[in-house]
Design a protein around this ligand. Structure first.
Ligand SMILES: [Cu+2]
Length: 608
C-alpha cells in the first residue's frame, strides 16, 4: 500500500512539472497516436545504408485527450519512434534534439558532478525537461556520446546532442531498443511513450552466400521494398543438419510489436490495472480492452519480435486460437539466440506463453490461424506482489466493503490484439531470418574471479508519510543500503577481463527486474537450483518474497566483463522504472585489464 501511495505522489509531482511545461507550450499533435481499435502496422524504420545510419530525433511532448502527458521521438521525416535497423559494424550517428518546453530546475536534491563531463555545458542539477538516450542491450562503450546515461543531460536550449557509436562486430543479431535514462524522470518519459526498437540484422559479410549475392544485385534497401528484394528466398539457403542448426533458420514474414504502458485515466475506477497497455501505440484501455487489429495471412509461419517497452509492467504473452494456446517457438531472448539445450524440440523451445519483464525482448515463431478462426494476442497478467496482499484486486471478494486502495502493481490478464487471418491481408513490410541456435555460452565454463551477493529491498522512511518516503535499494551484502543519486560513486569495481558470479536476492514483497547496461549475463541458478537456461539475457525477473519463506527468491548470474569495449562506468538497476527512479540502482566501474601477475595475486587473495 505504501508503494501505491508513493506512485500517486510520483504522478502528482510529475503532473505538476507537466502542467508547468504545457503552460509554456503544447502542441496537441506533437506526439500523435493511432485511434483505439486501429489496424496494427510495424513501426516505421530507418535502415543503415553502406554501413552507416544517420538520423535526427526530436524529443517532444503533448497531452493526450484525457490530460495524460505523452513523450515521443520523431525523425526529420516525421516518423514516430522509428525502428533503427542496422548491422554489426555499422556506424550510428543520432542527433537528439530536445524539443520539450523549457522547465525550471528541480530542487537540487540530486546533485550532479561538476563540471558535467558529458553534458553540452549543461546545468549541474536535473531539470524536469532533461532527457538523454540509452541503447539497451548493446555492448558499446559507456562513454560520452556513446552509451553514457548517468551524466548526459540534454536540455531544450541545447543544440542537438550527437550520439555516435559503432555496432560491435560481435553484437548478436536480434531485437534491442532505445529509451531515455534520466534518473528520476525515466518512468515518466517511458510511460509517456519515449522508446523505440533497434534491430541488429545478420552481418552481411557473415550471412549465407545466397543472401550476400542478393544484396550485391539490388543494393541496400532503404525501405520495405529494399527489405524484400535484397534478401534471398529461404529455399535458396539450405539448412545443414549439424548439431546447432535450427530448422527454422529461414526467412519468414516479420512483425515487430512494441508494447508500452501508460498512465490510466485519472478517474479510472478503483481496481483498474495500474497501467493501461498499448501495442505499437494503439491503446488497449481498461475496462473493455478494445483490441488492436492485426490482419495476417492464414496458416503460415511468421517471425514475431516483441519488445516490452513498459516502464513498470510485466508481460506474459500468449496467443489464443479458438480458445486454445497456440504454441510459440521461442528462438531468442534479449537479442541473443537461445542455445541448444534441454527443453527444445528440433531446436525450438515451444511454449504456451512467454513472460517478458519490463525492458526484455522475446523473438518467436508462430503459425498463424486458419481463415475464419478466432485468435488473439493477450497478456496473462502477472502477480508482482504476494496474492494475499490486501489491495490485490484478484484476491478481493465481491462482498468486500472496505474501500479498495490503489494498487500500483495490479496487472490482470488482458486481451491486446485481435488476429484476423485472411488471404487478402497485406504482406508484412519486412522479412527476417530466424536466428540459428547458438552453442551453449562459453561463460558456463569460465571460472569466475569472485562471487558477490546483492539484494533488492524497500524502506518506508516515515510511516506517517509513506507517499513521499518509500525508498528503493539494491545493495551489495555488507554495504549500507543507500538510494542511488547521480553523484553516487561507483560501488562495485571490477577489471576488464573479469567474470564474476552475482547472486541477486529479492528481500521485498514485490518483484524486481535486474538489468545491467553493456553486457549480457548467464543465469546459473534460480532459488539456489541450477537452471536449464543455457542462454544470455540482459534483464531478468527476481520474484517477490512472500513474507514468510525462510529463503529469499534469488537468481545467480554469471557476469561477463571480458569485452574490452565496455571499460568505464556501467549502471545496474531494477528495470521497473518507478523503482530505479526511486533509488534502486548502482554503478560498476570496469577498470582496464589487470596485468597477469596482478590477476594471479587477486585470485589468490580471493581464495581461488
Ligand atoms: Cu524493482
Amino acid at each position: 500500500m505504501q508503494r501505491s501511495r508513493r506512485r500517486v505522489a510520483v504522478a502528482t509531482t510529475f503532473l505538476a512539472c507537466s502542467s508547468f511545461l504545457f503552460s509554456q507550450n503544447s502542441n496537441p499533435e506533437a506526439c500523435p497516436r493511432p485511434a483505439i481499435g486501429s489496424l496494427l502496422t510495424s513501426p516505421p524504420e530507418l535502415r543503415s545504408v553502406d554501413g552507416a545510419l544517420t538520423a535526427r530525433l526530436s524529443f517532444r511532448t503533448s497531452l493526450d485527450p484525457i490530460g495524460q502527458p505523452r513523450y515521443c521521438y520523431i525523425d526529420a521525416d516525421g516518423r514516430l519512434a522509428p525502428t533503427l535497423r542496422v548491422h554489426p559494424g555499422d556506424l550510428i550517428t543520432l542527433k537528439l534534439k530536445n524539443d520539450l518546453p523549457v522547465a525550471a530546475p528541480l530542487a537540487p536534491s540530486h546533485p550532479l558532478p561538476t563540471p558535467n563531463p558529458c553534458g553540452p555545458g549543461g546545468p549541474a542539477h536535473l531539470t524536469a525537461d532533461s532527457t538523454n538516450l540509452h541503447f539497451h542491450g548493446l555492448s558499446i562503450p559507456p562513454a560520452c556520446h556513446q552509451d553514457e546515461s548517468l551524466n548526459t543531460l540534454v536540455r531544450p536550449p541545447d543544440s542537438a546532442f550527437e550520439y555516435q557509436f559503432r555496432i560491435p562486430a560481435t553484437q548478436t543479431p536480434g531485437l534491442y531498443w532505445y529509451h531515455p535514462h534520466i534518473h528520476g524522470s525515466s518512468e515518466a518519459q517511458v510511460l509517456g511513450g519515449a522508446s523505440g526498437a533497434l534491430i541488429v540484422e545478420e552481418s552481411e559479410t557473415t550471412a549465407a552466400e545466397p543472401k550476400r549475392e542478393a544484396g550485391k544485385k539490388t543494393g541496400k534497401g532503404t525501405g520495405a521494398a529494399g527489405a524484400e528484394t535484397r534478401r534471398s528466398h529461404p529455399k535458396e539457403s539450405p539448412a545443414t543438419k549439424d548439431a546447432t542448426t535450427n530448422p527454422l533458420h529461414q526467412l519468414l514474414p516479420e512483425r515487430i510489436f512494441v508494447i508500452r504502458d501508460q498512465q490510466p485515466a485519472p478517474d479510472a475506477e478503483r481496481g483498474h490495472p495500474a497501467k493501461d497497455l498499448s501495442v505499437n501505440f494503439v491503446t488497449v484501455p481498461y475496462p473493455s480492452y478494445p483490441r488492436a487489429i492485426l490482419r495476417t495471412r492464414p496458416s503460415r509461419r511468421e517471425f514475431w519480435r516483441v519488445l516490452n517497452a513498459c516502464a513498470d509492467t510485466y508481460l506474459d504473452l500468449g496467443v489464443l486460437v479458438s480458445g486454445r494456446y497456440r504454441q510459440l517457438g521461442l528462438v531468442a531472448f534479449d537479442g541473443v539466440p537461445l542455445a541448444r539445450g534441454p527443453g527444445h524440440v528440433d531446436g525450438i523451445f515451444w511454449q504456451n506463453d512467454i513472460p517478458i519483464p519490463p525492458g526484455g525482448r522475446a523473438e518467436f515463431v508462430l503459425d498463424t490461424p486458419a481463415e475464419h478462426v478466432d485468435a488473439e494476442l493477450l497478456t496473462l497478467g502477472v502477480d508482482t506482489s504476494p496474492p494475499n496482499d490486501e489491495d490485490n484486486p484478484r484476491t478481493r471478494t465481491a462482498t468486500s466493503t472496505t474501500p479498495v486502495p490503489e494498487n500500483d502493481d495490479a496487472n490482470p490478464p488482458r486481451q491486446l490484439v485481435k488476429i484476423i487471418a485472411s488471404p487478402d491481408a497485406d504482406e508484412t513490410p519486412t522479412q527476417a531470418t530466424v536466428p540459428e541456435l547458438t552453442a551453449t555460452s562459453d561463460l558456463a565454463r569460465v571460472q569466475p574471479v569472485r562471487e558477490r551477493r546483492f539484494y533488492f529491498s524497500e524502506e518506508v522512511i516515515d510511516p506517517q508519510h509513506p507517499a513521499t518516503s518509500t525508498v528503493y535499494y539494491i545493495t551489495e551484502q555488507g554495504a549500507k543500503p543507500a538510494a542511488f543519486h547521480l553523484a553516487t560513486a561507483p560501488n562495485v569495481t571490477v577489471h576488464s577481463g573479469d567474470v564474476e558470479d552475482w547472486i541477486i536476492e529479492n528481500r521485498s514483497q514485490e518483484s524486481h527486474a535486474f538489468h545491467v547496461h553493456q553486457l549480457h549475463f548467464l543465469t546459473l541458478q534460480r532459488d539456489g537450483a541450477a537452471t536449464q537456461e543455457a542462454y544470455l539475457r540482459d534483464t531478468i525477473d527476481v520474484p517477490y518474497w512472500d513474507g514468510t519463506s525462510p529463503h529469499f527468491p534469488s537468481v545467480k548470474l554469471r557476469m561477463d566483463f571480458r569485452d574490452p569495449n565496455i571499460v568505464g562506468k556501467i549502471p545496474y538497476h531494477c528495470h521497473v522504472l518507478q523503482h530505479s527512479d526511486g533509488g534502486m540502482m548502482g554503478v560498476i566501474e570496469v577498470k582496464p585489464k589487470l596485468q597477469k601477475s596482478l590477476r594471479d595475486q587477486q585470485s589468490k587473495s580471493n581464495g581461488r
